[in-house]
Design a protein around this ligand. Structure first.
Ligand code: SF4
Length: 411
């Protein structure tokens, strides 16, 4: 497929083989394998972002790295570089279907019931090998969670696998959230996850997500999977814990978590973080869907040193930083659909006192956040539509100028 044809595909998540056009050039999304990127690979990607793009690297809500500002000429060079790193898939369809989030502390947090990285790899392999599954809509995704304290099981994914003891629970995304429909041994659970995706293809008409199928079709899916699963015996409480800075798990295990405003890392920040993580004893960098990176550290001293260096390079190491409660898409001038500089305005809002969370979106597409936010500002003709307790697509109560946004917090 030519680049011109590739960038015209609507509703497609950009890959390295199939980029997406944006206001600042082509966007290429690099999907990690098993939720992690090796330190050498992270440094090479940072260098590639600088050399072939504009140096901006976004950590997406699906825990991928997105390089921006590429040209048609530099894209081929990026593809060659990503191929050398072993991160390139054999074709765009195989790349698009490899849509798997993995718990960022898998194999590091001793509190996890199981190291789920082999499950994630088996799922990746199954998706790559079953060509029929390459018809899945590009937004259809999976998550694999180890059952630890820093869990991704509360995130929305069409099919979820979560360790509960040595068993794996399987969840389906429905209109009311994840429905945990049964459990199986790890190997069977991977087969069941792939079977769920096949069953979705069997019942879907225009739907792009599992949550959009009707109750009758959802019942058909449950029945198709029932022979592979045992009934759930208990409810499964899911904690939402997203710490940053130094993380201590006991048993002499430590990790470090860092974030960047709106998930935007600059190439030099990623390169420095990977370099210093190596010195701290890390083997790789883990990506989370809440736009933070995690690495293991060999001891508390190394962890503290890494946090200090990360802070010095402008990364966020405090989970209470108010900017983490604001989601903002790139907006203008990076995105042609926006008439407002969302991130500039969001940074001004972050200096004010506010409660809850805020979503600043360049348009009604709401790329930065699909879940409702307490306050949503949606750009239109250089002003913002105001929505409370909703999404970027909901009905606004009024329209305001950007400089009036601060007053909304006093209401
Ligand atoms: S929400 Fe709209 S303006 Fe923002 S990045 Fe998406 S398409 Fe562009």
């Amino acid at each position: 497929m030519s680049i011109a044809a590739a960038v015209e595909v609507k509703g497609w998540c950009p890959g390295v083989l199939q980029p997406m056009q944006s206001g600042d050039g082509l966007i290429a999304r690099v999907r990690p394998r098993g939720g992690a990127i090796g330190l050498t690979e992270a440094k090479a990607l940072a260098e590639a972002a600088e050399r072939f793009g504009n140096g901006h690297i976004d950590l997406t809500r699906r825990a991928n790295l997105q390089l921006r500002g590429l040209s048609e000429a530099s894209l081929k060079e990026l593809q060659d570089a990503v191929s050398t790193l072993g991160l390139l898939d054999r074709d765009a369809r195989t790349e698009a279907v490899r849509n798997i989030m993995v718990a960022p502390l898998a194999g590091i947090d001793p509190g996890e019931a199981l190291d789920v990285r082999p499950l994630a790899r088996a799922l990746e392999k199954g998706l790559a090998e079953d060509v029929a599954l390459h018809d899945l809509p590009s937004k259809f995704g999976f998550l694999v969670d180890g059952g630890g304290g820093i869990s991704i099981a509360g995130e929305r994914a069409d099919v979820a696998l979560r360790a509960v003891g040595k068993r794996i629970a399987l969840g389906l995304d429905t209109r009311s959230g994840t429905e945990w429909i049964g459990w199986a041994a790890p190997e069977t659970a991977v087969k069941a996850a792939l079977a769920a995706a096949r069953a979705f293809l069997g019942v879907r008409r225009e739907q792009r997500r599992l949550r959009d199928v009707d109750d009758q079709d959802l019942a058909r899916l449950r029945s198709a999977l029932a022979p592979m699963l045992h009934a759930m015996e208990d409810d499964m409480p899911i904690a939402s814990h997203r710490p940053l800075g130094v993380l201590s798990f006991g048993a002499n295990r430590f990790a470090v978590g860092v974030a960047a405003s709106f998930g935007r890392f600059e190439a030099h920040q990623l390169w420095n973080f990977a370099t210093m993580s190596e010195e701290a004893g890390a083997a790789d960098i883990r990506l989370s869907p809440w736009r933070s990176l995690y690495v293991e550290a060999r001891d508390i001293t190394s962890a503290r040193q890494l946090v200090d260096v990360a802070r010095d390079t402008g990364l966020i190491v405090d989970a209470e930083d108010p900017i983490l409660r604001i989601d903002a898409c790139p907006g203008a001038p990076a995105c042609r659909s926006s008439s407002v500089d969302t991130r500039h305005d969001a940074r001004l809002l972050a200096t004010l006192k506010f409660k809850g969370n805020v979503h600043v979106s360049g348009c009604t597409k709401g790329c930065a956040r699909s879940a409702p936010a307490d306050l949503v500002l949606v750009g239109e003709h250089g002003r913002y539509k105001v929505i409370r307790n909703g999404t970027a697509n909901d009905t606004p109560e009024r329209t305001i100028a950007a400089e009036e946004a601060g007053a909304l917090f006093d209401v």
